[in-house]
Design a binder for this molecule. Structure first.
Ligand code: GLV
Ligand code: MN
Ligand code: MN
Length: 443
């Protein structure tokens, strides 16, 4: 019997999938822990494997949250977590949570992870690197029989790309209205959460309070071109922008495009076009790194020979200052009033639920990441994130920070998104060693 158990464990070890729960804790020297490194090849091959879920015939990614591809990708990832001994569960917001015991389970967990959903026609690195890199940390600790003082948690947040829904829910920042908002999948947020195994009727039970998590870390691609341009290996994120969305409804009058004189028209698309230009002018009229985008537009009825009667657009503003976002929006509203008068149309703005507040990351964690990256011999830069991340919400209840690696060409939210295998490996090593440093500092 004992012999059979041994053989089973030996073969599981050979496969690299032994469950942590069955292993006796081995005390390791600090030097041995410092020498631990991730398996870069395994990270890269898993990035490619996950990319297959939701890849269309043109090789483009369609793994949008709550779709069948998302459900299948999550099942694949959950199975890997299971094999790594994390006993994954799904909370009521649809977040996948895996746990690894520490030596002192009275301590609060060190948590890390990211997301595996993507924007329509997205790339294979945004979110997936942080998820696969986090799992790699667990696998290396398992393979080396290293048990941390703190328990560890791997969290894969639900629907990051559609409004960081899972992390907002976890910090109690999702309203009933927010759950009714329609997601990219066509389902409402609530329906989508149910489709992936959550329970929107009891969403509050996923809430973590301040102090429930010792520290949160997210490894991510930069999504901009600064690190690559400056030949820097590791970015230490200081702050993450706030994001606000508005649906913009422009109402004109649909009429005959041949028989209606130019001065008699109420052309909704003409008004919308002027507004797109006004948004750009307002956003660039003041100094700073704020950005504003009209990223979607639908025209009705949409025919060569009909003057557009209605236009619906999506407006987004991002900045590290919430006040600046409000100030810029007020200016855009003023310009919209003038455009509506001049074009005899009506322009209405509907602010969307599920907005993201700007957030600074934890200073002490920033320093730990920085010191860790330096000790591994990497060049570093403190920088902002122009992209939104689950980390900005987790930061409301726990010290939270992010590790960036270069994005080739600064391209993201595109099938052309790419990061090199060595940069991914470097980032995952910084994640691993930062976790060990946090663990050691707070025993
Ligand atoms: C998420 O990636 C966002 O910045 O929109
Ligand atoms: Mn992301
Ligand atoms: Mn993204």
């Amino acid at each position: 019997m004992r012999r059979r158990q041994f053989i089973q464990n030996a073969s599981l070890t050979a496969l690299g999938i032994i469950a942590f729960g069955g292993i006796k804790a081995v005390t390791r020297s600090a030097a041995a822990a410092n020498a631990l490194r991730v398996n870069g090849k395994r990270i890269e091959s898993r990035i490619f494997e996950l990319a297959k879920f939701g890849m269309d015939a043109n090789g483009h990614g369609t793994r949008v949250a709550f779709t069948q591809a998302d459900i299948e990708g999550r099942a694949w990832f959950t199975a890997l977590m299971q094999r790594a001994g994390l006993n994954p569960t799904i909370d009521t917001a649809g977040n996948i949570i895996g746990k690894r015991k520490g030596k002192n389970n009275a301590l609060k967990p060190i948590a890390f992870g990211s997301h595996i959903d993507m924007v329509p026609d997205g790339g294979n690195y945004d979110g997936t690197l942080g998820s696969i890199g986090a799992l790699e940390v667990i696998e290396i600790l398992n393979e080396q029989n290293l048990v941390t003082e703190h328990p560890l948690e791997l969290i894969i947040f639900s629907n990051e790309e559609g409004g960081t829904i899972g992390s907002k829910a976890m910090v109690g920042d999702i309203s009933k209205e927010g759950l009714q908002q329609r997601s990219q999948s066509g389902l409402t947020m609530g329906e989508g959460i149910r489709a992936i195994g959550g329970n929107p009727d009891n969403i509050q039970s996923c809430i973590r309070k301040k102090g429930d998590i010792h520290a949160w870390l997210e490894l991510h691609i930069e999504q901009g071109g600064i690190l690559e341009k400056e030949k820097i290996q590791i970015g230490v994120v200081e702050g993450i922008v706030g994001i606000v969305h508005w649906e913009v409804m422009v109402e004109g009058f649909a009429n005959h495009a041949g028989a209606t004189q130019m001065n008699m028209r109420q052309d909704a698309l003409l008004a919308a076009s002027k507004l797109v230009i006004a948004v750009n002018e307002v956003i660039t009229s003041v100094k700073g790194t704020q950005v504003g985008t009209v990223g979607k537009i639908a025209v009705q009825p949409g025919a060569y020979n009909v003057i557009p009667g209605k236009v619906q657009m999506g407006l987004e503003i991002r900045d590290l200052s919430a006040e600046k976002i409000e100030m810029l929006f007020k200016e855009i509203e003023k310009r919209a009033d003038l455009i509506a008068k001049a074009t005899k149309t009506k322009i209405l703005f509907e602010r969307q639920a599920n907005e993201s507040k700007p957030a600074l990351t934890d200073k002490k964690l920033q320093q730990t990441i920085h010191a860790t990256a330096k000790s591994l011999g990497f060049s570093t830069k403190f920088m902002q994130s122009g992209a939104g991340h689950d980390t900005q919400h987790v930061g409301m209840i726990a010290p939270a920070a992010m590790i960036f690696i270069p994005s080739v060409g600064g391209i993201s939210h595109s099938p052309k998104e790419f990061s090199t295998a060595i940069d991914m490996e470097n980032g995952a090593n910084v994640l691993l060693q930062t976790i060990l440093a946090i663990d050691k500092a707070n025993q």
